[in-house]
Design a protein around this ligand. Structure first.
Ligand SMILES: Nc1ncnc2c1ncn2[C@@H]1O[C@H](COP(=O)(O)OP(=O)(O)OP(=O)(O)O)[C@@H](O)[C@H]1O
Ligand SMILES: Nc1ncnc2c1ncn2[C@@H]1O[C@H](COP(=O)(O)OP(=O)(O)OP(=O)(O)O)[C@@H](O)[C@H]1O
Ligand SMILES: [Mg+2]
Ligand SMILES: [Mg+2]
Lengths: 162, 171, 162, 171
């Protein structure tokens, strides 16, 4: 079991560093096992520095930087596993348009190398544009949710409330 | 293995039967505030065996049953069915027995004030069997592949001892 | 002191109900003092129902509905007080475009009836459009923040990263 | 009373002196992720007397002093000055003594590993005097008129006994 954890740690660590550089367009990031010699007990620490910044305490990162670093970590664990679906509920809310584009291209690349399915809930028009299919949830009858299939070109008219 | 579709009925704001197909890799869900998007995520967590009503934003298990609107009466039954497509290399020993025609249907149903029952491919099973099925696939209602609304920054702000869960799930 | 709290409660309660109806375009909401007979000890409970929905436990509201109800409460207390400034850091992130417009028109109306100043941090172009003046914060030199004054028409070019 | 401008120097990512004027009612701040927008909010909380480094996202008071970048060395001093315009009906008794020409300047300065000093209109005062000034105006670093990033939904999810603070501040 110890060896399995160490191998998984090594593979997640290298994917995490690589995805962080891709999402931040530079900088560096890596994982460390701390607080115990035994890999089965140790805690997982993240050391990150966005491009141009010194290695900092992770709590000093901005709201958007924290979200982006989290996404790098999530995607790095996701690629190794068998999970039937990945669900992301408005993870793009703290991101500026630049970083939304980077997040979406990472999504697109990941679907090319695995057959995983993603469920992405968003209010951001850029993210909507990257989806293969978009469902709309409406409450035309107040209090009752209904699902409609949305044609991306029509987004402006049908979902004016978006 | 992947989810091919989900069917909900009487679950939270989805009073009528609703089916969502996952035919593509990237499935987007949009809609106004309060329209029911996050309720779909909770339906998936619930059918996978989630039993904490707090993590479904309620304070008792009845809170997930459609409680009525200004035009419709409340319901007494809620049910969610998850349809999974499977291939034999995907699955661990405990779940191999479900690989009939390459499909697994997991259903959970709740009756107000009575409790919930689970079925896999039509046969009634215990909650543990369903939780086990998804644990083998290192997914499930609390796995790191479901990011709840507003919690994207949490992974970073947790303590190192809590973060190691990521490692345990993937190992 | 007891009378002052009761008077303040009554005035906040009526403003809160009115602002909630404005932000949600209907529905109803009110405050209640619970857990103790003494107004100096009691807790403050919110009872809300968005239009078309039954009165619900507040925890069942959606992310956007919680943000909007919070804004109604914050603005209802703000109007009575002497505060020198109100600071809102990306409060529009969970809102759909419809509700961003409603939030912004409430902001605009409030500045008409008081001389309060607002500091509004946002990534949303609709909110930017409602501001009297927009400052941009950039890190052209990595790691060093600089302030630039932004001309709204130029937003697309200068702040492409937005 | 209202804030007319703020001056920061050496505070977090603002290594050089920066002035932000509040000439209008609605002042917007935009910029890419990580550029320093929320640091401005923290500068305002800090000069008003905020002493918990955790609520400034740090783990010690030195964390608010500019710690350097790949091109600039770190600094040892950080200072923030708040310029307030005031009219006599606004202010309570404890602060009336500061109404000279209708302005109040509150400055806080910190030297690495030494601690911070406060000044009002150039005269050194205790932290309590500054905290008192803002408490009278029912504002201050923890008041409900400052909504931190990501916390807009918190007011609703708090317990009723915590929410009553809103009432106490306004009363
Ligand atoms: N048992 C129930 N019966 C009926 N309606 C319910 C029930 N539980 C929750 N709801 C309703 O569902 C709505 C919340 O839906 P949800 O959180 O999915 O919205 P959302 O689409 O995610 O919105 P947002 O964009 O703001 O996050 C609430 O308005 C609530 O009243
Ligand atoms: N003492 C310090 N010295 C230098 N830089 C610092 C210091 N403290 C924090 N920072 C930097 O400030 C940045 C965070 O800034 P801030 O949180 O204000 O960003 P923001 O503009 O609000 O971004 P977002 O849109 O993502 O919320 C971090 O990248 C961090 O490295
Ligand atoms: Mg939601
Ligand atoms: Mg910020």
């Amino acid at each position: 079991a110890r060896n399995r954890v160490l191998n998984t740690f090594a593979s997640i660590n290298s994917t995490f560093s690589e995805l962080f550089k891709k999402l931040f367009d530079g900088g560096k990031a890596y994982l460390e096992l701390i607080e115990s010699e035994d890999p089965l007990e140790a805690g997982l620490e993240l050391l990150v520095s966005p491009p141009g910044k010194k290695l900092q305490r992770i709590s000093l990162l901005s709201g958007g930087e924290k979200a982006l670093a989290s996404l790098a970590l999530i995607f790095s664990t996701f690629i190794n596993r068998q999970t039937p679906i990945c669900i992301l509920d408005e993870v793009d809310a703290p991101l500026d348009d630049f970083n939304v584009e980077r997040f979406c291209s990472l999504l697109k690349e990941t679907t090319k190398i695995t057959n995983k399915k993603f469920l992405v809930i968003t209010h951001n028009k850029i993210t909507m544009g990257y989806m293969n299919k978009v469902y709309g949830v409406t409450m035309n009858e107040p209090g009752i949710s209904k699902l409609v299939s949305v044609n991306l070109d029509k987004i402006d008219s049908e979902f004016a409330a978006e | 293995m992947f989810i091919s579709k989900i069917k909900l009925s009487g679950f939270k704001s989805f009073s009528d039967e609703t089916v969502l197909n996952f035919d593509y890799s990237l499935n987007g869900i949009i809609g106004p505030n309060g329209s029911g998007k996050s309720n779909i995520v909770e339906a998936i967590k619930w059918v996978m065996g989630e039993n904490s009503s707090k993590s479904l934003r309620g304070s008792g298990m009845n809170d997930i049953i459609f409680s009525g609107s200004t035009t419709k009466a409340s319901k007494n039954i809620a049910s969610v069915t998850l349809f999974l497509k499977i291939d034999s290399k995907d699955i661990s020993s405990s779940s191999k027995k479900y690989i009939n025609s390459g499909n697994i249907e997991v259903e959970r149903q709740i009756i107000r004030d009575t409790g919930s029952t689970y079925r896999i491919n039509g046969k009634e099973v215990r909650a543990k069997d369903v939780q086990f099925l998804f644990a083998d696939l290192s997914s499930g209602s609390r796995a790191t592949n479901i990011i709840d609304q507003g919690s994207i920054g949490n992974l970073i702000t947790q303590k190192p001892s809590e973060r190691r869960r990521i490692l345990d799930e993937a190992a």
